[in-house]
Structures are given as C-alpha cells and as structure tokens.
Design a protein around this ligand. Structure first.
Ligand code: HEM
Length: 180
C-alpha cells in the first residue's frame, strides 16, 4: 500500500466518534446507572440507552477494525525508546479486545437477566433486585476499570508525543492531505 501521512478519513471519524461514545458509556455506567437502584422508575430508560449504545460501540469497533485493515495508514510513531515502541501496538490491540469483552459481558448479563424482553419488549416483568448476582456483571465492572486505565495511558501517550516530542501526532488522526 502507498505511504500516507494520515489515517483514512473514515477511520478519523470512527476514532473520535468511538472516543466520545466509550467515554460517555463509561461515565454514565459508572456514575449514573450503577448508582441507580433497579426499583427506580427511570432505570428502564437508562438500560435502554446503555444497551443500545453499547451494541453500537461494538458495531463501530468492528467496522473500524475492517476499515483499518483495508486502508493504508502512516508508519508507526516512534518515541526513540525501543521498549515503549513495542508496547504501543499492544495497547492499541488491547482496546479492541477489551471493548469486545465489555460488550460481550454486558450482552451476557442482559440475556441472563431477561433484559431484551423487559427493556425492549415492554413485557412488564420487574427487573431483578440487582445485577451484581451475575458473574458477567462483576466482570463488566472490572473490564470497565481496565478500559478506563488504558484510555488514561493512551491519552497520556498522545499528549507526550504532541507536546514533549513535538512530532505533531494529532495531525495523523485528523482530516487533510494524506499522500506524501
Ligand atoms: C462496549 C461498551 C460498554 C461500556 C463502555 C459499558 C460500561 C458500563 C459501565 C461503566 C457500567 C457500570 C460498571 C460498574 O460500575 O461496576 C456498566 C453496567 C452495565 N452494563 Fe455496560 N457497557 C458497555 C456495553 C454494554 C452492553 C452491550 C450491554 C448489554 C447489551 C451492557 C449492559 C450493562 C448492564 C446490564 C449493566 C448493569 C447496570 C447496573 O448495575 O445497574 N453494557 N456498563
């Protein structure tokens, strides 16, 4: 594939859309949804938004993986430190794996608790008292913490490139002329 200086515009859109949706899902899930008892009237609406949003994140992540594979992208950014340079792609693949696990454990919890019928089918059945009796729900919480930690590392690394190494890394994940 030909040498380019930026990612494909579809990847740029998917990157920033996913960043927004994943941060929203983490924040809403941790600060709002898990703090709201299942007996609260607004819980059904929250679950509807969270489950639909989570499945959308998974679909966009799969699309992103395919587009990344099909388009040419800039050479790997370097820090000048071989160990750090080897670590970077591992963290990037880590995002794909953790997001798939996040959606998988969320989906499995929803199935185990009968949520598709309650939340989307308006069956009128009550929600279980808590979701924390499901091992998949416990895993969902731990994976959320792992994604948040990886996100913090990812942002710190991007800022280090941009402001300490001054290699204009952000340009690569933005629109503009791609061909050298
Ligand atoms: C991939 C993106 C997703 C992210 C970032 C995400 C994030 C979160 C977070 C942060 C929590 C609270 C965890 C805690 O405080 O321990 C949560 C809870 C939950 N999520 Fe997700 N989630 C995602 C996908 C899904 C999907 C696809 C479903 C179902 C189809 C789902 C269903 C649930 C359920 C049922 C809860 C429990 C709510 C409660 O305890 O009140 N999630 N999610």
């Amino acid at each position: 594939m030909s040498q380019v200086t930026r990612y494909h515009p579809i990847l740029v859109i998917l990157h920033w859309l996913l960043a927004f949706f994943i941060i929203m899902a983490l924040a809403m899930g941790y600060f709002v949804m898990s703090q709201t008892p299942n007996s609260a009237p607004e819980k059904l609406e929250m679950l509807r938004g969270h489950m639909a949003g989570g499945m959308l994140i998974l679909a966009l992540m799969v699309l992103r993986f395919v587009v990344r594979w099909m388009t040419s992208h800039p050479p790997q950014a370097t820090t000048g430190n071989a160990a750090l340079d080897r670590f970077a792609p591992l963290t990037h693949y880590g995002f794909y794996i953790l997001v798939v696990l996040m959606a998988g454990t969320g989906f499995a919890t929803a199935l185990a608790a009968g949520l598709p019928a309650i939340v989307f089918g308006n069956s009128g059945d009550p929600l279980p008292e808590t979701f924390l009796t499901f091992p998949t729900r416990i895993a969902h919480g731990y994976i959320a913490a792992a994604i948040a930690a990886l996100l913090a590392l990812h942002v710190a690394a991007a800022l280090y490139h941009q402001f300490v190494l001054k290699d204009s890394l952000f340009r690569r994940m933005f629109f503009g002329k791609r061909k050298v």
